[in-house]
Design a protein around this ligand. Structure first.
Ligand SMILES: *Cc1c(COP(=O)(O)O)cnc(C)c1O
Length: 407
């Protein structure tokens, strides 16, 4: 069996975790988290980085920080994982969905019709690791008529004076856009370190800040840190220093801090991410591209163009002319050959909760079309060339059986 995904665990990861267990004696947020935050900051060039226990909680933290709540609207693409909408619902605000382009990223041209005087945030999603059209998105929120529509109702909103751009970069750590790293492309960027992502901490996430000059990102870092610790102004680690016991609760926070035991895993991975883990993923994409370029029914995913380069997270292959039923049959066939594949994603309006909330797939024709014939192939560190070949062959064999009635 070739699994769809596997976390990267080598000797260095084990040693780093052991160091946490045996030497530092610190399991919750402490020295490893601080070091991991520094590594992410150094790699992405973000102004500051706060580690949290998931993407979802990091996004909720940022929405809270910006003062988003009931009565507010947040714009997201319809083609994404449910968490992108859940962080909005769970702070009591309203998600507004817009359709995507044929590279799966949010269509900036659709934003105009979606922005209202209730819009507080836009959450573009770097699907599969491909950065969105951030030049257009960042320009739109700064347009005079769009600024005029903005109704600030928190201190941070009054300071920013416009819609906040909060990137869902759950997939895209290491991606680049116009020569800059994901993490410093928008006001705020949230990474996920869930087990299936490019870098993992088991469960985890990080919030990167890249706010305009009017904000002191070091001060905002401190504020977010305390918001992630029930609003407490000092972590247990800071309190553990002699004479530092006294604390205060300065705000109504969440409890979403990352434990050191988790940070240790990610810390070891990020040290070799640029030099080996990311290039290996890129080579897997190359292998698949080379193979599938010979088949006219295969639509290979965009991973690089003049403006951006992906983090090579998901290989989202599409099968031209294939119906949804045939795609499902092809997946069953591939699975029966011992290869793990997936579909990314069911567009949100196809899911029960969002249907109940009134979202309608017919308003998202591109998402609907992209979903029908999509199959995501395995991409992870340690996937051998022999197994890559097996994956490719299983897709071709399944296609031949289901579509061409060959074999
Ligand atoms: C994985 C994922 C998330 C959620 O990440 P968690 O760390 O599990 O909360 C959000 N958005 C996208 C696009 C994802 O793939």
């Amino acid at each position: 069996m070739i699994p769809f995904s596997l976390p990267f665990i080598d000797k260095d990861v084990v040693n780093e975790v052991n160091d946490c267990l045996l030497n530092t004696g610190w399991l919750t947020s402490g020295p490893k988290v601080i070091e991991f935050e520094c590594e992410i900051k150094k790699y992405t060039q973000a102004k500051s980085v706060v580690c949290v226990n998931s993407w979802t909680s990091g996004a909720m933290l940022m929405l809270r920080w910006f003062g988003v709540g009931p009565g507010d609207e947040v714009i997201i693409p319809s083609y994404t994982y449910a968490a992108t909408a859940m962080c909005i619902l769970n702070i009591g605000a309203q998600p507004i969905m817009v359709d995507v382009r044929d590279d799966f990223t949010i269509d900036p041209e659709k934003l105009d019709g979606a922005i209202t005087d209730k819009t507080k945030v836009i959450i573009p999603v770097d699907i599969g690791g491909l950065p969105c059209d951030y030049k257009s998105i960042n320009e739109i929120v700064k347009l005079e008529p769009v600024r005029k529509l903005f109704r600030p109702n928190s201190l941070k909103q009054e300071k920013l004076k416009r819609i906040l751009v909060l990137s869902d970069a759950a997939h895209s750590i290491g991606g680049t856009y116009r020569g800059e790293m994901v993490g410093k492309l928008t006001d705020s960027t949230v990474f996920s370190f869930h087990s299936v992502k490019n870098i993992t901490t088991g469960e985890g996430g990080a919030v990167c800040l890249n706010l305009p000059q009017s904000f002191d990102c070091q001060e905002e870092y401190k504020h977010l840190k305390s918001l992630s610790l029930n609003g407490q102004n000092k972590s247990a680690f800071e309190k553990s220093k002699p004479g530092s016991w006294r604390y205060d609760i300065i705000d109504q926070g969440l409890k979403v801090n990352m434990p050191d035991i988790c940070a240790a895993i990610g810390l070891s991975q990020i040290r070799v991410y640029k030099s080996s883990l990311l290039p290996e993923r890129k080579n897997i994409f190359k292998y698949y591209n080379n193979f599938f370029n010979d088949f006219n029914w295969a639509i290979t995913p965009t991973s690089k163009n003049q403006t951006c380069e992906s983090s090579y997270h998901l290989y989202m292959l599409r099968l031209d002319g294939v119906t949804e039923i045939q795609r499902d049959q092809i997946i069953d066939k591939i699975s029966s050959m011992g290869v793990g594949v997936n579909v990314h994603y069911l567009p949100l309006p196809m899911l029960t909760l969002f249907k109940k909330l009134g979202f309608d797939l017919r308003e998202h024709p591109i998402s609907s079309e992209l979903f029908k014939n999509e199959i995501t192939l395995p991409v992870y560190n340690g996937l051998s060339e022999k197994n890559l070949h097996k994956v490719c062959q299983s897709v071709v064999d399944a296609y031949d059986v289901i579509i061409s009635n060959k074999i």
